[in-house]
Design a binder for this molecule. Structure first.
Ligand code: SF4
Length: 439
């Protein structure tokens, strides 16, 4: 499908809206009492996110809260604090709550030794009300995925995994500080399939320094060849003023907006042509994968992991910098691992930042999520004159239309989805510097 290119509509950086309000709006003043109240109000099945802020090697482009896992003592101290948080949260959960999904992310959970990871899982089982067969997903770094991880993943019943692939091109891997030969990725895929992973995601990037369409096409073709069930195709966001580790990337080689736009457009055409279903604005899934089914059936959601079929209203984040999401509260744990450990050594819940979601925020958040997940939203009551004015350039170019209260994003307007959603975000008008470009 042809995407019309209007550079002026993509020039303003916009959030990815993995939450609303976004993390840029989090403020100090949220703490243990807020968490106790929100956790105490949780009911039924909820989801859990566990953050491991370590990696074997740090990639130059990375925007995650992570550090090199090169000091065993530091890692062990972090795990002790994590166990303390798990035990603490276990005492705060109401009796009728069950944890039906667990996502491990980071960093790279496989920066831990497999035995250490199994011990972590045992702590979750011992202290938290897990259902008998929770849906377990895990982010993995192929470079440190040793053979013994196969047994560990089988033992914990993991079915979903996400591999940080980014690109298969050796010269681009060098340019972003993440060297992982194709054999490493192929071996990881084999290991994961043998371990019982039924939904395997590849993270890929366009807009890398020196990257051409041919480079991207080759990575996409290899991804299809490796039978990835899901693909997240992200535009590389170069924000060295916020992420100093990106200063190692040669920005003179970064593709401009136009080649980025066309890489995204051709990538979309390539993957949908190869049988993947487009999910939201940057995910793709094979028909039959739970994410594709959720998109098909209008059950797609958005949370801190991106597009998801997880319908839970409560996502409990555990670990340094982890974010918890409740209907009326977003709360982030202390990011600094030293301070995180200290708070838990004092028996305190480590939430330090966040925002209470007022009814107006929830209404706007629902509209933003609906636009990004389903391409349409009921915007009744949200179209004040200023919002209408911000929407006008998109309406005038047939990128969106309004019928009564229903705002619909046109099929060919995928790259503008975040920008259209941002029209309903009153916070972004004050600050744009913190976000990536829309394409
Ligand atoms: S492996 Fe992933 S989390 Fe770790 S530094 Fe690289 S991109 Fe970041």
């Amino acid at each position: 499908m042809y995407w019309p290119h209007y550079p002026e509509l993509l020039a303003t950086p916009v959030p990815r809206y993995t939450s609303f309000p976004t993390a840029a709006e989090f403020r100090p003043g949220i703490g243990p009492a807020d968490m106790a109240e929100a956790i105490g109000n949780a009911r039924g099945d909820i989801s859990l996110y566990v953050h491991i802020p370590f990696c074997e090697k740090i990639c130059w482009y990375c925007g995650c809260n992570t550090a090199a896992a090169n000091r065993a003592q530091r890692l062990a101290s972090y795990m002790d604090a994590l166990y303390a948080e798990i035990a603490l949260v276990g005492t705060m959960l109401p009796a009728d709550v069950r944890i039906a999904r667990i996502a491990f992310g980071g960093g790279s959970p496989n920066a831990l030794a497999p035995a250490q990871f199994e011990h972590l899982f045992a702590q979750l089982r011992d202290h938290l009300p897990l259902v008998a067969d929770p849906v377990v997903s895990i982010e993995l770094d192929p470079r440190s995925l040793t053979d013994d991880w196969g047994d560990t993943l089988r033992h914990i019943g993991a079915t979903h995994a996400s591999l940080g692939v980014q690109t298969f091109a050796p010269h681009l891997q060098e340019a972003i500080g993440r060297v992982q030969p194709q054999e490493t990725i192929s071996r990881s895929v084999e290991l994961l399939r043998d371990a019982g992973i039924t939904s395997l995601n590849f993270d890929l990037m366009y807009g890398l320094p020196g990257q051409t369409w041919d480079d991207l096409a080759e990575s996409l073709a290899l991804t299809v060849q490796h039978h990835a069930d899901r693909i997240a195709l992200f535009g590389y966001a170069h924000v060295p003023h916020m992420l100093p580790r990106q200063r190692r990337i040669d920005d003179s080689q970064l593709p401009g907006q136009e080649p980025r736009f066309h890489m995204a457009e051709r990538g979309y055409a390539f993957l949908t042509g190869a049988g993947y279903r487009a999910v939201g604005f940057d995910h793709f899934a094979l028909p039959g994968d739970p994410l594709a089914r959720a998109a098909e059936e209008g059950r797609l959601h958005r949370n801190f992991q991106g597009f998801t079929d997880d319908a839970s209203e409560v996502l409990l984040g555990i670990g340094a910098s982890a974010i918890s999401s409740f209907p009326g509260l977003l709360a982030q744990n202390e990011k600094n691992t030293g301070r995180y450990r200290m708070m838990l050594s004092q028996g305190r819940h480590p939430a330090t930042l966040g925002v209470h979601r007022a009814t107006a925020d929830m209404r706007r958040g629902d509209a933003i999520v609906a636009l990004l997940c389903h391409g349409r939203a009921n915007v009744g009551g949200l179209l004040d004159p200023d919002t209408r004015e911000r929407l006008e350039p998109f309406l005038a170019r047939d990128l969106a239309r309004i019928d009564g209260r229903l705002l619909t994003i046109a099929d060919h307007a995928v790259p503008y989805a975040r920008s259209i959603a941002a029209v309903f975000d009153p916070y972004r008008i004050a600050s744009t510097r913190k976000f990536s470009t829309a394409i």
